[in-house]
Design a protein around this ligand. Structure first.
Ligand SMILES: Nc1ncnc2c1ncn2[C@@H]1O[C@H](COP(=O)(O)OP(=O)(O)OP(=O)(O)O)[C@@H](O)[C@H]1O
Ligand SMILES: O=P(O)(O)OC[C@H]1O[C@H](OP(=O)(O)OP(=O)(O)O)[C@H](O)[C@@H]1O
Length: 214
């Protein structure tokens, strides 16, 4: 008898792309789930249970074993630094983490940097040998340099529309972001067959999507 996999799925923008990938890999994920408000969804056809989590909480559910595996952005993995295995780069929800500011920005002593990612930002500037004061915000980060809260921000850029429409500039790219499949360390051993079977199904779909977008 094959194991049921508990999968922490991020609500929001990653979910649509992740469920599409899972369907293309032959898993029977019902379409009507996309609009559902249910937080725990049984998918007996795929021998899975989806736990619909806030994206930033996915590594926490997986580290503690409340979920066996999960789908999460590399940005969250870098920020949260949880003890989980990173199994696959799913190649979805592509964007990048960047340092952003006004076009006329000039270096100042101990600049303030606003971000949703204080650990990522602190580590980046430390590695650059720059002392900065990091201010944690929870959204609309691009406001900070416009209203004088911070000199620069560290945030995600996808199309660049948000920074363009707000008269900001991307100064430095820190790292590229895609969503990853992660696993709990114990589940990875105890449910190895089911997890490996899922990876085997996903891998060719990921490769096909990657070669089509070249
Ligand atoms: N503009 C973007 N383009 C592509 N991927 C993005 C973009 N913004 C975020 N992502 C990816 O999607 C993930 C989830 O973002 P999303 O906005 O759905 O969640 P969130 O910021 O935690 O939202 P909320 O706080 O509203 O729940 C991010 O961790 C990142 O990996
Ligand atoms: O380059 P773009 O395609 O414009 O995408 C980048 C924007 O997307 C994210 O914001 P989100 O929509 O998650 O809103 P938030 O400000 O609440 O984090 C990110 O924080 C940027 O603001």
């Amino acid at each position: 008898m094959q194991d049921i996999l508990k999968v922490a799925m991020p609500k929001g923008r990653i979910y649509k792309q992740a469920s599409k990938l899972f369907r293309e890999a032959g898993l029977h994920i019902p379409e009507d789930m996309d609009e559902s408000r249910k937080l725990i969804i049984q998918i007996p056809e795929a021998r899975m249970e989806f736990i619909m989590a806030k994206p930033v909480d996915v590594p926490t559910y997986v580290e503690y074993g409340a979920a066996d595996i999960g789908v999460v952005g590399k940005d969250v993995l870098m920020e949260e630094n949880r003890d989980v295995y990173e199994l696959l780069d799913l190649g979805i929800a592509r964007c990048r983490m960047s340092v952003i500011g006004l076009p006329d920005w000039r270096p100042v002593l101990n600049p303030r940097v606003a971000t949703k990612y204080p650990n990522v930002a602190s580590q980046y500037f430390r590695e650059q040998g720059q002392q900065v004061e990091v201010i944690k915000l929870n959204g609309s980060i691009e406001l900070a340099p416009l209203i004088g809260l911070a000199d620069r921000i560290v945030d995600m850029v996808e199309t660049g529309s948000t920074i363009r429409e707000n008269g900001l500039m991307e100064h430095e790219q820190i790292f590229a972001i895609t969503s990853r499949l992660i696993a709990n360390r114990v589940s990875y051993r105890m449910k190895s067959e089911a997890i490996q079977a899922l990876c085997d199904r996903l891998q060719p779909v990921i490769a096909a999507v990657a070669s089509a977008s070249k």
